[in-house]
Ligand binder design. Sequence first.
Ligand code: PBE
Length: 267
Amino acid sequence: EEDTTVFEEMDYTITGIEPGSGITESARNTLDTYDNLDGWELQESSTGGMMVELQQAIENEEPIIITGWQPHYIFEIYDLKILEDPKEGFGAAENIHTMTRTGLAEDMPDATAILDNFAWETEDMQQIVLDAQDVPFEEAAQTWYDENQDLVSEWTDGVPESDGQEIDLISMPWDTERASAHVMSLTLENHGFDVNVTSVDPSVLFQALAIGEADATVTPWLPMTHGAFMEEYGDDLVDLGPNLPGAKSGLVVPAYMDIDSIEDIPA
Ligand code: PBE
């Protein structure tokens, strides 16, 4: 028999993040998908607010369920588990994709070639977001960039240098996306491009690409997290495919909690 008191302590509330995030959509989808979550609510807040609540819960060894994602430095500093999700409310594993506006390949073939070559791993991104807890983000990205010139040169080898062509990258306001946008920005800048980076909510990002207001992004999570935006805007932009395989979203709990699956959460 499940001890439900710890769940009463949480007020049957899942601690979420920004309403405009893809993971909030996936969490709503998950609440609809599992019968045992019928009485549960998703409390939208901000990533910063969620982090504070997680930290406080862990300090007091209290129960908490958050919407979480990987790569993220919380998996390095806390002992956490992503709950199994047999009904794939959050989808299976996600890939992070590179996309451009329609026509960029014709207008800027060299920049598009570099964007298309861009590929790295979870550990790379994780190293930057973790390092950025102690030093400014620019410095964390620069350090990774300097230490990984072999990989960076695989993206730029054989591509002619630009003489200052402008390119507008568009990103999202989370650490993971800040890391990838910084690395792509450094890569293009060092190849002679004049790079501008803007950070906006996912819905604005997809719109900007679709109408050609922005040139490229290295940030969307597919097929699930930003899948609804892809359905709406996918025909009006170019998806160059994954740049980082195996990202993950889900419900996340501290390891001291006695549940392993979303199905273990009591109704
Ligand atoms: N995230 C991080 C974002 C994308 C990357 C999973 C919080 C989201 O839109 O949900």
